[in-house]
Design a protein around this ligand. Structure first.
Ligand code: FES
Length: 249
């Protein structure tokens, strides 16, 4: 038993959540009439401090998304499976006391991940949620800027998720061999493409081939060399401008 004073009883406003930390565990204290509750002080939803919440009826309400916990038992009326750990507390010598040993024993099963000394450490959302995938990244930038990723920020290969690309199954070829017979191999073919033929300044491409961005590691050395040679040739023919792997016409 390790009695630890966490508040002055006479200074606690009635039915107003108050904060304390013991053994690296955030607590929420609620005085109601002449009684006291001391609960684990973080919401089971996203870990918000419940001392920043408010009392409504007989419930302690989380200030962010409104989860409820009875202020006498810690059990949610809405969903009884949601329950705050309730720690032994008592009033003595105008103090509110808890047993730090009991709280430390609780942390064995419930280790606390919060780093209160860090930037916004008290308010970290350590669990995240799939519908808010960038919260962790924003937090990283807010806390450390680019110091942990380099001055250019996170670097990854260029690319488009494969499932978002059209596949051959999406294409339909309307064959025209009977209407326009294919040429024999040695017959010269006109490859010119004019984009915007009625525009003031039509774009004329001798060979209408785009070589798009080529990502690191996605292509073999031979393929990259071939593309580079092709681009060089194309540039000569079409007079296009090339920027570092991006092809701008
Ligand atoms: S964090 Fe408490 S309700 Fe969402």
């Amino acid at each position: 038993m390790n009695p630890t004073r966490i508040a002055t009883y006479s200074e606690l406003p009635d039915r107003e959540p108050a904060y304390a930390v013991v053994e690296n565990v955030d607590l929420v204290i609620i005085r109601y009439d002449d009684r006291i509750s001391a609960f684990y002080g973080r919401c089971h939803n996203r870990g918000v401090l419940l001392a920043d919440g408010y009392i409504y009826g007989e419930n302690l309400i989380c200030g962010v998304h409104g989860w409820d916990y009875r202020y006498d038992t810690g059990v949610s009326e809405y969903n009884n499976d949601e329950q705050l750990a309730k720690f032994t507390s008592w009033i003595e010598d105008d103090g509110v006391w808890v047993d730090a040993d009991e709280i430390r024993a609780w942390t064995v099963e419930h280790p606390q991940p919060y780093h209160r000394d860090e930037y916004q450490g008290m308010y970290q959302d350590v669990h995240g949620a799939p519908e808010e995938p960038y919260v962790g990244y924003i937090k990283e930038l807010a806390g450390y800027g680019l110091t942990r990723s380099g001055e250019h920020g996170p670097v990854a290969a260029m690319g488009v998720p494969r499932q978002e690309l059209p596949s051959w199954d999406d294409l339909q070829f309307v064959v025209g061999q009977h209407a326009t017979l294919p040429q024999l191999d040695e017959v010269p073919v006109d490859t010119v493409l004019i984009i915007g033929p009625r525009a003031k300044k039509p774009l004329r491409l001798e060979i209408p081939i785009f070589v798009s961005d080529t990502s690191f590691g996605a292509l073999s050395e031979e393929a990259k060399t071939a593309l580079a040679k092709g681009r060089k040739e194309e540039r000569k023919i079409n007079g296009v401008e090339i920027h570092d792997g991006y092809h701008i016409v």
